[in-house]
Design a protein around this ligand. Structure first.
Ligand code: ATP
Ligand code: MG
Length: 474
């Protein structure tokens, strides 16, 4: 039997062992901590799961008191679990259990069980490894389902028949795909087939949990691994039908269009090399979401997806709402990026004029750098000449952006002349003239006729007022 005591050096482990000995109960550390330890996977944060063949709540309370008097223990009586934080690590305690499920619910009947019962109810063999903490067997690795072999072969497999594991808790189907994406593992054939046959059962899982797993897939190093599996198993059509609909290509009059599903995944993988911002990654996933609904065939132009960026922007609130994603500034941010995602590309296709760059800067504001990151990821042509032409034009756009920004400070544009100044100058009540003059000033700045400063804008306002037959107060 493998012994891992040299890796479990944290003083909390020996304390848990000592108290378990005193209580006469067996206790193990299990789950992700053991898996990641054996994989030598570094984590930024972690939680440590502890299972005891006894009461998890009693054990947690006694261990916490021994570690530091007054250390706060949070108890979830309904679940029979308890946790405390020590050295910034969450230690979670649970009693070994046996569970039985009803068909239409994820909520099990729970009874006390043996360690073996507990390992069987775990989702995957690689998550069912346990290290003993009692002093006589401290560090012994228990591996009832050959999880170590699956770690070596990089395989996701359920400890029981997959139909049983997934039927008990359909969320595990998504967890399988999430771990495959995070760890770059294969899902074993039988396990994958069971997901395919049971994919409809995902409907009984709460939206929040589904979205939590989706976010983890999106944040994995190469999200396409997860999305290809979601598609293959039928889960994508249920949880994100809008992305499923991107799949496929059509040919008419000998003219085809690219498969927008695979294109989207390529964009998502490319952007993931450059950012860990979840919302920027969501923007990549959704940037072409309106292509299926805007697709037309024009005998002269071929396939068009007219205004798919704006239609996409409008589709997002209902998608976010359904997925229980935040309907706040995160949604606005993704909407902005989706609506603007073609602007830098269009711009780089033509001569890159100062005024076009100014307008882009003004519309994108602080998100201009993220928008450029999205656009660069979006250039996925198979034609290397086209890609290098785009990239060098892009470089030019970036230089101009920098240049103009330094000169004109247009990011988060605030007009140098306010409505109040206009009303005051021409003794006007609020009315449409104010708007006309204000937008004329903005246009003049964007077109480069005047600079973005008070004096030039003031002079421009006087001239514009004159044109409109207004008299300035002297
Ligand atoms: P990570 O912390 O990276 O998300 P993890 O494996 O620690 O990965 P947790 O969600 O923290 O996952 O759960 C801890 C352990 O509890 C898992 O390793 C697994 O053994 C078990 N587990 C969690 N959720 C389920 C589930 N839905 N069905 C069965 N077992 C589960
Ligand atoms: Mg964990």
């Amino acid at each position: 039997m493998q012994n891992l005591k040299e890796y479990i050096t944290h003083p909390v482990f020996s304390q848990i062992g000592k108290i378990s000995d005193q209580e006469g109960i067996e206790t193990y550390v299990v789950g992700g901590f053991v898996r990641d330890l054996l994989m030598e996977r570094k984590r930024e944060y972690y939680d440590i799961d502890v299972v005891t063949v006894g009461s998890g709540i009693v054990l947690a309370t006694k261990v916490a008191a021994a570690l530091r008097p007054g250390l706060k223990v949070t108890v979830f009586k309904n679940f029979g679990t308890a946790m405390f934080k020590f050295d910034d690590i969450d230690f979670e305690f649970v009693g070994a259990r046996r569970e039985s499920y009803q068909r239409e619910s994820r909520k099990p009947f729970v009874e006390d069980g043996t360690l073996e019962d507990d390992q069987k109810r775990r989702d995957f063999t690689i998550n069912a490894l346990a290290i003993c903490l009692n002093s006589d067997r401290f560090g012994d690795l228990l591996d009832s389902f050959n999880g170590v072999g699956d770690l070596e072969r990089k395989i996701i497999r359920t400890p029981l028949e997959p139909e049983v594991t997934f039927s008990d808790d359909p969320l595990r189907m998504l967890r399988a795909i999430r771990f495959a994406a995070q760890l770059d593992f294969m899902i074993e054939d039988k396990t994958l087939e069971a997901i395919q046959t049971q994919c409809n059962r995902i409907e009984i899982v709460s939206r929040e949990r589904v979205t939590d797993e989706l976010n983890k897939i999106i944040l994995s190093p190469k999200p396409s691994i997860g999305f290809k599996l979601l598609e293959k198993t039928g889960l994508l059509a249920i949880i994100l039908p809008e992305i499923q609909k991107l799949k496929g290509r059509e040919t008419r009059n000998g003219i085809g269009h690219k498969d927008n599903f695979y294109h989207t995944l390529e964009v998502l993988d490319r952007i993931s090399k450059n950012t860990d911002n979840l919302w920027l990654r969501w923007s990549a996933l959704l940037h072409d979401v309106a292509k299926p609904v805007t697709k037309r065939f024009d005998p002269r132009l071929g396939w068009t997806f007219h205004a798919h960026n704006f239609v996409g922007e409008k589709m997002l609130p209902s998608i976010f709402d359904r997925l229980k994603l935040p309907l706040n500034e995160k949604l606005k941010y993704v909407q902005k990026l989706v609506s603007l995602h073609m602007r830098p590309i269009v711009l780089s296709e033509e001569e890159v004029t100062d005024s076009a760059v100014r307008r882009l800067l003004c519309d994108a504001g602080d998100d201009i750098d993220d928008l450029m990151t999205l656009c660069e990821a979006d250039i996925t042509s198979k034609n290397p000449d086209k890609v290098s032409r785009f990239m060098s034009n892009f470089q030019l756009v970036r230089e101009k952006l920098k240049d103009i920004e330094e000169r004109d400070a247009l990011r988060n544009f605030q007009p140098p002349i306010t409505g109040e100044i206009i009303m005051e100058t021409f003794s006007l009540p609020p009315g449409r003239e104010i708007g006309i003059i204000k937008s004329a000033i903005k246009e003049a700045i964007l077109e480069g006729e005047i600079h973005n400063n008070y004096d030039e804008a003031y002079q421009y306002m006087l001239a514009k007022g004159d044109e409109l037959g207004l008299k300035a107060k002297i």
